[in-house]
Design a protein. Structure first.
Length: 282
């Protein structure tokens, strides 16, 4: 992507407004009037898996793998704005940002509607562009008066991650036959500021060794907790279903030896089935 003239003050302000916001808005997206034939994505999250404790720089980190899966009939297609300017998102400064737009397609692949989709930020350590506010990870437990069966609303947050930026690429096909794969072709092959996305029936996985796939558990006492994963915490995308962006895994943290250990106890329901065990066993 070529660097162009800097954004106007109004454009920068719009970028920061779009990129910020509370996670509570994730399922309260204002949907514009869509033309007949518009196909919407539906991004769900696999249950976090490959949980492991890593000791680094005298800290204990819970690392985990995740997979974004588009089960909708439409592609999640995001286009960068073309202008580049420094910005700050959720308290973190990025030297290169561009406004992002969701492009909604029809069955012929034509753009039939657009929607503000936060920002794209350049990650020099990865040498490609990421979409802002793709995921939010927390470690939670029930507080007084909380429903112990409702991790999404547990009030005690022991370790809170930043709203993670990711680069979207079609990595794995979720269908079972070649005929289905021909009908749902791979579409997005690389990370760039102009265009990226997640095609219908494709998934993008992030191994636990990837930067930001970790939460600090150094000061968390032994006990049982929930690792929660909320997709699109700022409500940047229009989806066919805004209620299925949340998954969780329950685990036990113990320190009976020199190194802390984590044991998976339970996880959110496997509906649809690809939520569990698609990219690896939870």
């Amino acid at each position: 992507m070529k660097r162009t003239s800097v954004m106007s003050a109004a454009a920068v302000a719009a970028l920061l407004v779009v990129a910020g916001g509370a996670a509570a808005r994730a399922h309260d997206v204002e949907v514009p009037d869509l033309p007949a034939g518009a196909l919407l994505p539906d991004v769900i999250e696999e249950v976090p898996h490959h949980l492991q404790i890593q000791n680094a720089q005298q800290r204990e980190w819970l690392r985990f793998s995740t997979t974004h899966i588009n089960i909708g009939e439409g592609n999640l297609q995001i286009r960068g704005g073309g202008q580049v300017e420094p910005c700050e998102i959720d308290g973190q400064a990025y030297p290169e940002c561009t406004i992002a737009t969701q492009e909604i397609l029809d069955a012929n692949g034509q753009i039939v509607a657009t929607h503000d989709a936060g920002a794209a930020v350049f990650h020099p350590e990865h040498n490609h562009w990421h979409q802002s506010g793709v995921a939010l990870f927390d470690i939670r437990s029930a507080g007084p008066g909380d429903d112990p069966a409702d991790p999404a609303n547990m009030s005690v947050i022991w370790s809170e991650g930043v709203k993670i930026t990711f680069c979207f690429v079609d990595i794995e096909f979720i269908g079972e036959t070649g005929t289905l794969k021909k009908a749902k072709p791979r579409t997005y092959f690389e990370c760039n500021g102009d265009l990226q996305g997640l095609a219908s029936w494709w998934a993008d996985s992030y191994h636990q060794s990837t930067p930001l796939q970790e939460l600090d558990v150094t000061d968390i006492p032994d006990g049982e907790y929930y690792l929660t994963h909320l997709a699109d915490p700022d409500g940047h995308w229009i989806e066919s279903d805004e209620t299925n962006n949340f998954t969780w895994v329950k685990f036990r943290l113990t320190r009976t030896s020199a190194n802390a250990k984590v044991e998976v106890l339970d996880h959110s329901p496997c509906v649809p089935q690809v939520i569990c065990g698609f990219g690896g066993n939870p």
